[in-house]
Design a protein around this ligand. Structure first.
Ligand SMILES: [Zn+2]
Ligand SMILES: [Zn+2]
Length: 368
């Protein structure tokens, strides 16, 4: 039987193991993908450091959640994608990088990204073995939404769609993004660049992006940012707020997206909001981080704080169609700054690590 490689974390913060497992035959309703792109997301770095998840299962935890591939084998009865379009072996497929149980209240209410059912442990060595994207294959279980990829999109813009693009799109939609909005984006990494392009596409009048790295801010402008703020040039919270006030005609932002993962940015971001504005929390996934907040600012400014998690799978085809539409003007291919073969996963993580220092990597991609 053929075998494939799987990247496994055995001990947090230590180099990964690359293990080999038998390539499974998909059960009825399932699909086996051969991975072509697997993104290194901020949350994978948190996982690796042991900040985001519970103890590692005894055999280790399979790594990687975002990515894409081509159909290696279809399980019995699978002839179409989730929109009813015919699919065959060799077709490219974008799957929803969430694990909905399809039985809990949230799932049946249409919010599979808020599923409250049991989530798979993704223990190494357990059937179907290929439960993460840092691998040669990925197993899409029955009932998991998946969609054909438009021919116009090259492989190198697909690896982040089912995490970064989806998550910021869901956040913008939940915040009620609309024509004419002022949108502030905290952080110009993979999430921030996607958020900038999507906010502009949704009709934002101005998108203002903050970061501390000049090359990231230059990229943000290429993705449609109307203004960028280099926080090393505006080192205090007061100076940044004043700059945002100037850029929003003294009104403040309608939406602020936190995409960095620093708790203090919540308090700072609330300060950027116009009355009635919405702060969207996406970056702070590390548990037990705390921040001091004066709740009266929510009342005096009629502000909302909204947490957003992943995305409804039904957004995937719309997002890919928008990328097709915008591909001449938005350089999606520049989101991925570094590519690594699967065997170099440990180098890829070392280079993407931004915990103690600033890294130039905007998003690393494993290309098995
Ligand atoms: Zn991710
Ligand atoms: Zn569920």
């Amino acid at each position: 039987m053929a075998a494939g490689r799987v990247v496994v974390v055995k001990e947090y913060g230590k180099p990964f193991a690359i293990e080999e497992y038998p390539v499974p035959d998909p059960e009825p309703g399932a699909i086996l993908l051969r991975i072509t792109q697997a993104g290194i997301c901020g949350s994978d770095l948190h996982t690796w450091r042991g900040e985001a998840y519970a103890p590692i299962p005894p055999n280790g935890r399979v790594m990687g959640h975002e990515g894409t591939g081509v159909i290696a084998k279809l399980g019995g009865g699978v002839t179409t994608d989730s929109l009813g379009r015919p699919i065959r072996e060799g077709d490219r497929l974008m799957y929803a990088a969430i694990a909905p149980c399809n039985r809990c209240y949230q799932c049946i209410n249409g919010n599979q990204n808020w599923c409250s059912g049991a989530q798979p442990a993704r223990q190494a060595g357990e059937f179907p073995y290929f439960t993460g994207t840092y691998a040669d294959y990925y197993y899409i279980p029955p009932g998991r939404p998946a969609f054909r990829v438009p021919d116009e999109l090259p492989d190198d813009v697909l690896g982040f769609v089912n995490c970064a693009t989806g998550t910021v799109t869901e956040g913008l939609l939940r915040a009620g993004a609309k024509e004419g909005d002022y949108v502030v984006v905290q952080g110009a990494g993979g999430l921030g660049l996607n958020a900038t392009a999507m906010a502009k596409d949704m009709g934002a009048h101005k998108v203002i992006v903050l970061d501390r790295l000049k090359q990231r801010l230059a990229l943000a402008r290429e993705f449609g940012a109307d203004h960028t703020i280099d926080i090393t040039e505006y080192p205090t919270r007061e100076e940044r707020r004043e700059r945002i006030w100037d850029l929003t005609e003294g009104r403040g932002a309608d939406i602020v997206l936190e995409l960095v993962g620093r708790p203090e940015l919540l308090v700072e971001g609330l300060d950027y909001l116009a009355n009635g504005g919405t702060f969207v929390e996406i970056g702070n996934i590390v548990r037990h981080a705390t921040v001091e907040l004066d709740p009266s600012v929510l009342i005096s400014g009629a502000k909302r704080i909204l947490g957003s998690r992943m995305y409804r799978p039904s957004l995937l085809p719309m997002m890919m169609e928008r990328m097709v539409k915008n591909r001449e003007t938005v350089p999606y291919h520049k989101i991925v700054s570094n590519r690594y073969p699967l065997a170099s996963v440990n180098d890829a993580f070392a280079e993407a690590e931004w915990h103690e220092r600033q890294t130039a990597v905007s998003r690393g991609m494993l290309v098995p």
